[in-house]
Write a protein that binds this ligand. Structure first.
Ligand code: AGP
Length: 591
């Protein structure tokens, strides 16, 4: 949620092109507005250019301007305080500095009041502007840039990551408090970014600041200040290039590339974890508690079916943003599993922190992004090796999460582990129904609403299918347990309403089929997603998408695929911005 970048050129070269390149990689974190600020750190003025909307607008604006600087910061915004407008776009400026910020200053009203009393004039509605003026106030008091940032942070509440440039210092000062931040060491530049993908093209090594670190970046080094403002060493890691950052020529959207990448993502996830996930993690475990949000929460819901059925361990799945506000009880012997693609979702992090400090429990993180805050806060980490996900709607990370959860759930069952091994190949076959999903997508795109139904471990997949459709096509969609229709939602059915049934020929087929009859009696627009055996039983007037036959246990992974394709092709029909849907951000770092 909001992306920040800072680049300091070592030999005075203009960093603007690199900043724009990095901002492109950051756009998935927010696209309500973008902005850059450039300085040479020689006492000249700071140049700031901002624009409402996506990066494209900023680039257009810059085309008619001649701006350059050897030190720069950039920002992509997901609006929290203040509407998405140019006035509220970062960087925020105070006399001699500019700042970009990801996070929220919770006590900004009090701080603003004190700054206004000191004569500071605010020109935006953002909380970030207080950071700029607070640091400036300390600079006027003769503190050095890094001291000024430290003094500013000491009076601020909230989670954040910031980067600051100065008119008269050849430095960038960055800081993190719960927000994500990476420092990059390159041959030609020093840099800082919200994630490694933002800066990996610029540097050969990176360091990950710890929580509450402040970092003073100059031409040849980065000095880290840890607890009590003492200098500390943070290890450097070599940068590995991830090809997922680039869009292959064959695809017009990252979302489709990522959907199609699933067989490989699942294969890599299994390979990476094959010797890591085993029964030992379950020793002494009486209960499993899963914490997650959004799509990751749906993965957790599937896991509940798996864990209770195959491991016989009671499992609760909690929406992380609700969890800690009802004082839940964490029983001894609880295994807490947090699931997060980004590893930076603040709701999930806060729920995990609550569980760790209120119970005697083991914590496991299932994360896609390495070196994230979630993996640093957990006893054990299982990485989804899905690679970078650039589409805001999560697809391959979801099936990779399911793969990890299935590996754990099936750890006592040789047969199912074998079934899991076949999943990448079956996914390839499932992906080949793309053209048929296009037909159905055309129908859905003409509706203002759609209903997704499933039973058993496919009920969470119905929820996920509906979420995907909402996110990228903006069509209202709801997922229900198929058996729940008659208890209310069936009132929504009329002749036009598309109703998608997830109905493989499994032990629940007859039940789901009866629910289909109930809908058929009232509606005409039914689409069944089934397998060869299921298809034989369908009435002729039911549209169908036929998937390869799989055992019920692994069906959630396979049945996710047509729903992702449906959402994608529906969005394509409607011409939405598939990779960057309105109002969303990839990494949700505010509560
Ligand atoms: C997925 O398509 C969504 N954009 C969203 O629901 C996401 O899953 C949620 O915000 C949780 O993110 P995380 O997995 O990075 O924690």
């Amino acid at each position: 949620m909001c992306g920040i970048v800072g680049i300091l050129g070592k030999s005075g070269e203009n960093v603007l092109p690199s900043l724009l390149n990095s901002l492109e990689k950051l756009e998935y974190r927010g696209y309500d507005s973008t902005g850059i600020a450039l300085s040479n750190g020689d006492g000249g003025s700071i140049i700031r250019v901002r624009s409402a909307g996506k990066l494209f607008n900023l680039k257009e604006k810059l085309q008619n301007m001649e701006v350059s600087g050897s030190i720069g910061i950039g920002h992509t915004r997901w609006a929290t305080h203040g509407e998405p407008s140019e006035k509220n776009a970062h960087p925020m400026i105070s006399t001699n500095l500019a700042v970009v910020h990801n996070g929220i200053v919770e006590n900004y009203k009090k701080l603003k009041f004190s700054l206004e009393n000191d004569g500071y004039i605010f020109t935006s509605d953002t909380d970030t502007e207080v950071i700029a003026h607070l640091i400036q106030r300390e600079l006027f008091n003769d503190f050095s840039p890094v001291e000024a940032v430290q003094r500013c942070l000491s009076v601020m509440d909230g989670a954040l990551a910031i980067a600051v440039v100065f008119a008269d210092h050849k430095k960038i000062v960055a800081a993190r408090r719960k927000g994500s931040l990476v420092i990059g060491f390159g041959e030609h530049v020093m840099c800082v970014g919200s994630d490694i993908g933002t800066i990996s093209q610029l540097c050969q090594e990176v360091s990950y600041p710890e929580d509450t670190d402040i970092i003073e970046i100059s031409e040849n080094d980065a000095v880290f200040f840890g607890a009590n403002f003492q200098k500390v060493d943070r290890p450097k890691h070599e940068v590995e290039h991830d090809p997922c950052h680039e869009l292959a020529e064959t695809y017009s959207h990252f979302t489709l590339q990522e959907i199609m990448d699933q067989p490989s993502a699942i294969r890599k996830t299994m390979l990476y974890n094959q010797n890591k996930i085993d029964e030992s993690i379950l020793e002494g475990v009486n209960t499993i508690l899963i914490l997650a949000c959004g799509t990751s929460y749906h993965a957790g819901m599937v896991a509940k079916y798996w864990f209770e059925y195959f491991l016989k361990i009671q499992t609760n799945v909690e929406i992380a943003s609700e969890f800690r506000y009802r004082s839940p009880i964490i029983a001894d012997g609880t295994l807490v599993i947090s699931i997060s693609q980004s590893g930076e979702t603040i709701d999930t992090l806060a729920a995990l922190e609550y569980a760790s400090s209120n119970g005697n429990c083991k914590t496991v993180a299932i994360v896609n992004v390495k070196n994230s805050s979630t993996d640093r806060s957990s006893n054990v980490v299982y990485y989804a090796e899905a690679g970078v996900e650039r589409g805001v709607a999560s697809t391959k990370a979801f099936t990779a999460q399911l793969t990890i959860l299935a590996s754990l759930a099936f750890c006592r069952n040789w047969f199912l582990r074998q079934q899991l091994q076949n999943i990448p190949t079956i996914c390839e076959a499932a992906l080949s129904i793309g053209d048929e999903t296009r037909e159905v997508a055309r129908i859905i795109s003409k509706s203002s609403s759609a209903i997704y139904l499933g039973r058993g471990n496919l009920y969470p997949i119905a929820l996920e299918g509906a979420l995907k459709l909402k996110e990228i096509s903006y069509i209202h969609a709801e997922g229900f347990a198929a058996g729940e229709m008659k208890h209310g939602p069936i009132a929504l059915i009329d002749e036009r309403m598309p109703v998608l049934f997830l109905c493989p020929h499994n032990e629940l087929f007859e039940k789901t089929f009866s629910n289909m009859q109930e809908v058929l009696a009232r509606g005409k627009n039914i689409i069944a997603i089934t397998d060869a055996e299921g298809e034989k039983n369908l009435p002729s007037d039911v549209r169908r998408l036929v998937l390869p036959t799989v055992c019920s246990a692994v069906a959630p992974i396979i049945y996710s695929i047509p729903l992702q394709l449906l959402a994608y092709y529906t969005a394509l029909e409607l011409g939405t911005d598939v990779d960057r849907p309105r109002n969303l951000a990839k990494s949700v770092t505010v509560e």
